[in-house]
Design a protein around this ligand. Sequence first.
Ligand code: ATP
Length: 640
Amino acid sequence: MDMHGARGFRRGGRGFLSEEEKANRPKITVDLLKRIGSYLLPYWKQMVFVLLAIIVSSIFGILPSILTGRIIDDGLYGRNLNVLVILILASLGVTILSNLIGVLQNYLNTWIAQHISFDMRNKMFAHLQSMSHRFFTSNKQGDIITRMTSDISGVQRVVTNTLTSIISNVITLVVALIAMYRMNWLLATVAIVIVPLFTIPTRRVGKTRWKLTRQSQECNDEINGILNETLSVSGQLLVKLFTNEKYEYEKYEKANQRMVKLNIKESLVGRWFGVVINTLTTIGPMLIYFVGGLLMIKYDRDLTVGDISVMVALLSRMYMPVNMLLNIQVEVTRSMALFTRIFEYFDMPVEIKNSPDAITPSSVKGTLKFDNVHFHYIKEKPVLKGISFELKEGKSIAIVGPSGAGKSTIINLIPRIYDVVDGQILLDGMDIRKLDLSFLRKNVGMVTQDTYLFNGTIRDNLLYAKFDATEDEIKKACIKANIHEFIMAQPEGYDTIVGNRGLKLSGGEKQRLSIARVILKDPAILIFDEATSSLDSISENLIQEAIEPLIKQRTSIVIAHRLSTIMAVDEILVISDGHVVEKGTHNELVSRGGIYSELYETQFRRALDDYEQRRNSGGEELDTENRGFGVFDFPSPDLV
Ligand code: ATP
């Protein structure tokens, strides 16, 4: 049984397009090819070398098969030891040479593929970094990462495998055919008829096998899904609480049973696949022996045993290239789909970008003005419907309002995480869209509820705000943020690892760290999104102590939930349903008797009364700064 043939067929087993791939077959246009070419072009010199190496190694690779004829006829039948030794050595020599050139070709190939994907990866990373926040909120993170990793690795595969194997297979086939026709046209024609005749039925069996493999993969995924869901901590709890053990067991058993059936079927078809390949690839040489023998014995006295052996050897070398070339359409479709997917990402427009005549002022005072700002995420659902307010340099504003009113949206518009749909936001009288984007973002500091920390040390996370900050600056920032003592209490101090996304720290510690980070950044405008809950009153106090002086020192906007924060600011904006419904100081708003005073009365008074009651019965100390009363929060819009 010939190994080349079998390997060729086996490789072909993966060579079918799935229904999904067929449905999404990309259009191969001149533009697409040109674009792919533009990535290959910088490496054209290396590619010429690869091409030469492939040609030489393919020819050298097939030479030993051709030399077999001479070994048999001239060496063995001719009983000539000298010729025999020379031919054997020559055969050995070209094989070694062919393999050495193969190594060189492989090196060059990998080098080119790695460099092309290096270029693509860098370009993609830079492009993704310039994409807007909207892109990241509306695309699955997994999809983005797949595009960056496996799709670009796919490009490497196309360059190292697909391209080279097409070229080397075509060359092998052409050289084999020329050699065969030169030897005996009749036998060569028989071989040409035999190869596809046997390749096509084998592909059919291969397709059945491939379908089964896919089915068993799907079944395996389903089983993994069940295991992941039911054997996870929360999944197990859910199963237990709903007493669905029996239901889950039956579901699992059913999938398991299907897997058993599929595996048996797959193994059987696999065996049949082997039988078909073995039989067909054995019949081929037999036919050549038969036709060749018939010719040699009856009609063509010049035809030698060596010639027939060469024919058989060459025939067996043709299976793999033929199979691969029959597969070429699949390979090309997949490669094009891969490039198309990558180019789709490259073509996504950058939503928030620097204006061509962006201005970088020498300094920022920090006066911020919202002028009739309208905004929506989706057209049908306006979120901000004409917000206007002014925040003077050094002053502070608290934004309060029900959940979903648009508070976070307002603050996200300031560093241009999104752009306004209508109206404008002015910084020191200048539309922020006219300012240099990095200048604007450098001057806006944000402490969000969902603090993001990288998995590194506390120091690394702080330095992210200012790479050249001195030890002293870091320490001062942490003291101001009320986190220095905590850090020093850790065995590793500032070198403590915060864990993935800062998971080793509590919510309050993370927020204080992120306050320290923003202090290091030292922006002209400070935005603080106060945590609604999940912090105990000690944590809350520490944050409050850090944040209040900051608010007083610079232009600040706070999405406020604590009464103490609200009292600390110069002005309060009450936002409801995308409008500013009330504006003023705490005392003004309370005495006005609007939404704010109503909520203050109902929520805060109640909290205070509860506290008084608890104090009278349990003797707790009253926190004079009204902290620890829970959040001062608005009910959802439908209740307002
Ligand atoms: P909360 O106090 O609960 O944080 P909020 O007042 O900050 O609420 P926003 O987060 O600004 O409210 O949201 C305003 C509206 O916009 C909500 O209806 C919300 O569902 C919607 N929204 C927020 N972010 C997006 C987004 N990325 N895509 C689509 N809609 C969004």
